[in-house]
Design a binder for this molecule. Structure first.
Ligand code: NAD
Length: 251
């Protein structure tokens, strides 16, 4: 594993109790950052903190539903109150309503409010701190559904395309403040979100067949991209939606 040199820096991870968020929180800590792990699932979020501390890292848990503006403000404030600054913000929390009808008004609203508005609010509040500080790096979680269509999930696809647009906007808006804003666009990654896919041999085979590398991705493989994008190694990279998809969209 590469050390991306984040000693003395502070990283905030939303959805840090789950697959990609947890792997990224652990990767930030491994590179030396103090980590604010945030989630709506207190048990899972606290477990990530425990895992970081048990490996000698520094982390706190801050509960936040990213669709609630007051909670987002409170989460960012808790990072600054505890660690004095915020250098990396990974706006990753998301939901997938694949088993529901996303044209249903309520399902649509919830999907947009968590997957798009939540990312916007987290980015807005993190950038406000970073502007005052004179710099920082933000990574938003989009998806391959942020760059290609999906016949089954209108809300998820619209939200993730929105995240890519928001990322480009943020990159332009805050470049002169020393803030870089990028996105990761994962393909199908083996996490709790996709456990139904992973458990169904036919579905899994279909996904693997659509992925040139021939398998689902691992959360750790997305985490590597996230921490690299937040590090000085990516100092000239901004406004970029980075595909981590095993070649799925290269076809
Ligand atoms: P996951 O379900 O394992 O983890 C998501 C985490 O977000 C969970 O811990 C959950 O409690 C938390 N969360 C849900 N709603 C929240 C809210 N309103 N506020 C705060 N936290 C909330 O999923 P994952 O696969 O790790 O997904 C992480 C991100 O990656 C999501 O944005 C997802 O859309 C995106 N993504 C995942 C895949 C995949 O195949 N797994 C592919 C592309 C994109």
């Amino acid at each position: 594993m590469i050390d991306y040199g984040l000693q003395g820096r502070v990283a905030l991870v939303t959805g840090g109790g789950g697959g990609i968020g947890r792997a990224s929180a652990l990767a930030f800590a491994r590179s030396g950052a103090s980590v604010v792990v945030s989630d709506v699932d207190d048990g899972q979020g606290s477990e990530t903190v425990h895992l970081i501390r048990s490996r000698g890292g520094n982390a706190i848990y801050s509960r936040c539903d990213v669709s609630d503006p007051a909670q987002v403000q409170g989460m960012v404030a808790s990072a600054v109150d505890t660690f004095g600054r915020l250098d990396c913000a990974f706006n990753n929390a998301g939901i997938n309503s694949i088993m529901l009808d996303e044209y249903d008004d309520e399902v649509w609203s919830r999907a947009i409010s968590v997957n798009l508005t939540g990312v916007m609010m987290c980015m807005r509040e993190a950038a406000a701190v970073m502007v005052k500080q004179g710099g920082g790096a933000i990574v938003n979680t989009a998806s391959i559904n942020g760059v290609v269509g999906n016949p089954g999930q209108p809300a998820y696809t619209a939200a993730k395309h929105g995240v890519v647009g928001l990322t480009r906007h943020g990159a332009l808006r805050w470049a002169s403040s020393g803030i870089r804003v990028n996105a990761v666009c994962p393909g199908v990654i083996d996490t709790p979100m996709t456990e139904q896919v992973a458990a169904d041999p036919a579905l899994r085979a279909m996904i693997e067949g659509m992925t040139p590398i021939g398998r689902m991705g691992r959360a750790e493989e997305v985490a590597e991209a996230v921490v690299w994008l937040c590090s000085d190694a990516a100092s000239f990279v901004t406004g970029h939606p980075l595909l981590v998809d095993g070649g799925a969209t290269a076809i």
